[in-house]
Design a protein around this ligand. Structure first.
Ligand code: FDA
Length: 314
């Protein structure tokens, strides 16, 4: 109920107008380090210094026309330049509707091609994020078009809450595509998505096994310890080495688990988003873990009463 309300608010223009004028903006820094490429670079350097790999995402709304999508693409080209200039251990994650998919597959492929070309020149991988289920098929169609054009430095995301994903995992494994597996962050109807957490979780575990056994360097994007443990036991049992997969987590989420997995010798990548459109992203993070709402409110209160500042001075 709270999850669906927060997901609804993430899409509400009125709520956005109200919330972006509150101290929540400052609190969002836990999840979104800043609005500029420079803020991404600083966060990525800190993550790399800890041993974490990075994927950079420029937060943005769906673009309804080509000029808007081209502007977003321009920022991705700047991120690639920054990755090269600062020798970051990083790749990029692009939201397809921000890069022209709403205009059409042709437009999207045209926008993506220079990004993929520059990335390939520097041996950088590009991930197409996955959005709500109305976009799943068109995203995968666009992906295959680019893949068939020879852009094999491109990978996709599949969501374990969708009933169709088993077939999509098989297809991606056949093609030899790098898949990021996540649970899925949107409110979806029962005919397309599992509604119970237990079903989403067991789907995740089964899909993980298929990806680890037959896939190419899968990325397990989750903050769920139980699932990480199941994946690691499976890898042990099947003799799958740590170099054959990676864990992925969001910037600012479960830093304890990130550290633990790193210490055990696993590849861990953090997803670092930046940009002005932090509001829907933040609301989806709150929806995933309503306790984050309490964390935010607590931080706002501490800041308002100055206790947080006093603590820092010690
Ligand atoms: P789940 O929500 O079941 O939570 C398990 C535990 O993890 C919680 O009990 C809590 O301890 C912790 N946790 C989870 N979320 C937290 C949060 N926000 N703050 C603090 N603790 C939290 N989705 C999508 O639809 N398309 C996409 O392209 C992507 N891309 C993506 C990339 C990466 C790197 C990650 C980690 C996630 C995504 N997602 C995504 C989001 C994903 O679908 C999902 O909504 C979240 O990861 C939450 O699900 P978990 O698997 O983490 O576990």
């Amino acid at each position: 109920m709270l999850r669906n309300t927060l997901i609804f608010l993430s899409e509400s223009k009125v709520a956005k107008a109200v919330v972006t004028r509150t101290p929540l903006r400052r609190m969002s820094k836990r999840f979104v380090p800043g609005e500029t490429v420079e803020s991404f670079v600083e966060a990525a350097k800190s993550a790399n210094a800890l041993g974490l790999k990075v994927t950079g995402n420029f937060l943005g709304e769906a673009e309804h026309d080509l000029p808007g999508a081209r502007e977003a693409a321009e920022v991705y080209l700047q991120i690639l330049d920054a990755i090269v200039e600062h020798e970051l251990d990083a790749n990029i994650s692009v939201k397809p509707t921000q890069a022209g998919l709403e205009v059409g597959i042709d437009a999207f492929c045209e926008i993506m091609t220079p990004i993929l070309r520059k990335a390939k020149e520097h041996d950088i991988f590009v991930r197409m994020d996955m959005e709500s289920s109305e976009w799943t098929q068109i995203t995968l169609d666009a992906f295959e078009r680019l893949w068939n054009d020879g852009w094999t430095n491109l990978g996709t995301v599949l969501q374990s809450y969708l009933r169709r994903t088993d077939g999509d995992v098989q297809r991606m494994n056949e093609l030899g595509v790098r898949v990021r597996l996540c649970k899925g962050a949107y409110a979806e109807p029962a005919d397309v998505a599992f509604q119970q957490k237990s079903e989403v979780d067991s789907s995740y575990v089964e899909l993980t096994k298929a990806l680890m056994r037959e896939g190419k360097y899968p990325a397990l994007a989750t903050h769920d310890d139980a699932i990480a443990d199941e994946a690691l036991s499976f890898a042990d049992a099947e003799g799958i080495g740590a170099e054959r997969f990676e864990f992925q987590m969001l910037h600012g989420v479960r830093r304890d688990l990130q550290r633990e997995l790193l210490d055990e010798g696993h590849n861990v990548r953090v997803y670092i988003p930046f940009g002005g459109s932090w509001y829907p992203y933040l609301m989806r993070r709150l929806a995933e873990r309503p306790a984050n709402v309490l964390f935010m409110v607590g931080s706002i209160l501490r800041e308002a009463t100055g206790r947080g500042k006093k603590k820092k001075k010690k």
